[in-house]
Design a protein around this ligand. Structure first.
Ligand code: UD1
Length: 417
């Protein structure tokens, strides 16, 4: 088992080019199987989740290769419509292949994704929407057998909650379905806009992405293209948090600052100096860092749940008390125990956590609980005095491409063993 060993307390300073977005690369890789001809997806991060998506594509009969940061997908030889259970267990977001495989093959068999470290992860919204588009679903022993006896057709779909995954699955099924699909209360996340951008480049007819109503006119076929994956706004937030927590100064390149408004607002409230151009963000840590009144996670454009743990780590040493309310996932405070072990003063009651700022954190041996929880331990370890050892690094590797190298480049003392 690999671990990250950090000698904390070093001021971080320098410039980082931000990796491509995992949450955009995964649905776009799935979308590529809908296309005739080859798609070249540039700026793909080298992550275990991206490798898992490539394995699913290969297993379905597609050609999928990754060279440096470019993933090439050719669905010419696609023959299968089943996603074996091992892939569903490996990566919960494998569910995103459902809409695409249905669009291409008219049927799909896949394991029911179980709960995960963030709590139960239901897919009722995905399934209800697909049923409205003509999909028949038969569940047996946790396996979903999905068929389209009369083909996929457009539908008017209102989502009870703006689920990111459900919006993506509907889009993937709708682009080559017969007729028009309207999604109301759709997720507005930038990754949805990126997926729509890729599909449109392939010939899809979509409008309204980034708003609550998306309209899709089904087309007969899509053609593969070259597309550049958007920057990862959560990874960008992580490097900003690391600089803020170490009294540092950082400049991020290859970012999209307009996608990060709610996150940058929190840094400013923390007393950090931010200046942002379209594709650059500069942060100078506040002295002292200040608590923020309430950090409440919400669907985009609200504050993202994926940045909650990371910001919490940066707020451990901020003067005053910060309240954090998690409204998206049930079980997203699992990193708190590790932060407390490092000297943080945090109380959790249900979905609310109160962080009382302390003067300093100290290093400790901790276990990454989940992807962003692990990243929070990274941020806390960098700002703590002494040595922090993070076990179960595989969680972090699901979303961060060579984090130790990135952090070394801005002055962190961190190694992987
Ligand atoms: C995506 C992101 C994840 C992020 C999340 C919220 C990817 C690969 N993952 O996950 O990093 O934290 O968006 O921004 O892009 N829900 C239902 N029924 C459903 C679907 C969802 O009740 O059918 C609930 C979930 O339990 C959760 C909430 O809706 O409480 C948000 O889920 P959703 O937006 O679907 O997140 P994901 O697409 O799984």
């Amino acid at each position: 088992m690999q671990k990250l060993v950090i000698q904390g307390g070093r001021r971080l300073e320098g410039e980082i080019a931000v990796q491509g977005a995992k949450n955009s690369a995964l649905p776009i890789a799935a979308a590529a199987l809908l296309c005739d001809g080859e798609s070249r997806l540039e700026n793909c991060p080298k992550l275990s989740d991206v490798y898992a998506a490539c394995r699913i594509l290969t297993n379905l009969g597609c050609r999928c290769e990754m060279q440096e940061n470019t993933v090439t997908v050719d669905a010419h030889g696609m023959h299968a419509s089943e996603i074996p259970e091992q892939f569903m267990c490996e990566m919960r977001s494998s569910i995103i292949f459902l809409g695409a495989v249905l669009g291409r093959m008219g049927k799909c068999t896949l394991g029911y994704p179980g709960g995960c470290e963030l709590g139960p992860r239901p897919i009722n919204l995905h399934l209800q929407a697909l049923q409205r588009m003509g999909v028949k679903i038969h569940e047996e022993n946790g396996i979903l057998h999905c068929t389209t006896p009369n083909g996929l057709h457009g539908a008017r779909i209102h989502l009870q909650f703006p689920s990111v995954g459900a919006t993506e699955n509907i889009l993937l099924a709708a682009v080559t379905a017969k007729g028009e699909t309207t999604i109301s209360n759709a997720a507005r996340e930038p990754e949805i806009v990126d997926l729509a951008g890729y599909l449109r480049t392939c010939g899809a007819c979509i409008c309204g992405e980034g708003t609550g109503t998306i309209v899709v006119q089904g087309v007969k076929s899509l053609k593969g293209c070259t597309y550049r994956i958007m920057p990862d706004r959560i990874v960008a937030a992580t490097w900003l948090a690391a600089a803020a927590a170490t009294d540092g100064e950082i400049c991020l390149r290859q970012v999209k600052s307009s996608d990060m408004a709610s996150i940058l607002d929190v840094f400013e409230e923390m007393n950090c100096r931010i200046s942002a151009a379209d594709n650059r963000i500069y942060l100078h840590a506040g002295k002292p860092l200040k608590a923020v009144r309430l950090m409440k996670t919400m669907p985009y454009p609200g504050f993202p749940t994926d940045a909650q743990a990371i910001m919490m780590a940066a707020l451990c040493r901020a003067c005053g008390t910060t309240l954090v309310e998690e409204t998206i996932f049930e079980n997203r405070f699992r990193h708190v125990d590790a932060l407390v072990k490092m000297g943080a003063d945090i109380q959790v009651a249900g979905r609310v956590a109160a962080i009382h700022g302390v003067r300093s954190l100290h290093g400790a041996a901790v276990e990454a609980t989940d992807l962003r929880g692990g990243a929070a331990m990274l941020v806390a370890g960098l700002s703590a005095s002494g040595e922090t050892v993070i076990h179960d690094v595989f969680h972090i590797d699901r979303g961060y491409d060579s984090p130790e190298q990135v952090l070394q480049s801005i002055g962190a003392e961190i190694i992987r063993t």
